[in-house]
Design a protein around this ligand. Structure first.
Ligand code: URA
Length: 206
């Protein structure tokens, strides 16, 4: 399965009720060979209209964050936990997350095989870093047995209504630059608590 084939399936998906309210499904965009993959929560109103992830105000700030470490969208891959906008931007339901991740997100990760997976906000973090608090782990690189780095960031939208979070996010993004430049040494890598140090397929969703 290629990323394009997955995107075709996502655009015509009717596996859950979110399909009924959407204008466009949003498979994700970016470099299919990206070393860094960003996972947000789900499309908002702008993304639903355009079919492009993070194309509204929080996306503008995400672009700024990328620029701060000399990257742009074509260097990374950006997607979401669920590919269709939940009505009124409500939280996606556990079964919607379950269906969408099993059919699409986990396959996208497998195809791209990124070196670093970045969570934008606590919902996507909850998929892989269960029982962790974003306030405690944001901006810290965890390395799992699969050899990948996992890093949770606050969702860029928080900086839109809380100005001091802009600097927190800008600081946290520096960890990506360090990893890409090989500046993080083994002893600086954080190990998740034992309870969460399970193989990925054993990490339950929510
Ligand atoms: N917020 C998200 O989590 N994802 C988007 O694509 C846009 C806003």
């Amino acid at each position: 399965m290629t990323l394009d084939e997955l995107a075709i399936q996502i655009r015509k998906c009717t596996l859950c009720e979110l399909a009924q309210g959407r204008t466009h499904a949003v498979p994700g965009e970016g470099n299919p060979q990206a070393e860094i993959m960003f996972i947000g929560e789900g499309p908002g109103a702008n993304e639903d209209k355009q079919g492009i992830p993070f194309c509204g105000a929080s996306g503008k700030f995400l672009d700024e964050l990328l620029k701060s470490i000399n990257l742009n969208r074509s260097d990374v891959f950006i997607t979401n936990v669920v590919k269709c906008r939940p009505p009124e931007n409500r939280d996606p339901l556990p079964q919607e997350i379950d269906i969408c991740t099993k059919h699409y997100l986990f396959n996208q990760i497998e195809v791209i095989n990124p070196k670093i997976i970045c969570f934008l906000g606590r919902y996507s973090m909850g998929l892989f870093m269960k029982d962790m608090k974003i306030s405690q782990v944001h901006g810290k690189a965890f390395r799992r047995k699969d050899g990948r780095y996992y890093i949770a960031f606050y969702h860029p939208a928080v900086a839109l209504y809380n100005g001091s979070m802009r600097q927190v996010l800008l600081n946290d993004f520096k960890v990506l630059d360090k990893i890409l430049k090989g500046k993080i040494k083994d002893d600086e890598k954080e190990t998740p608590p034992k309870s969460d140090d399970t193989p990925l397929e054993m990490v339950s969703l929510f």
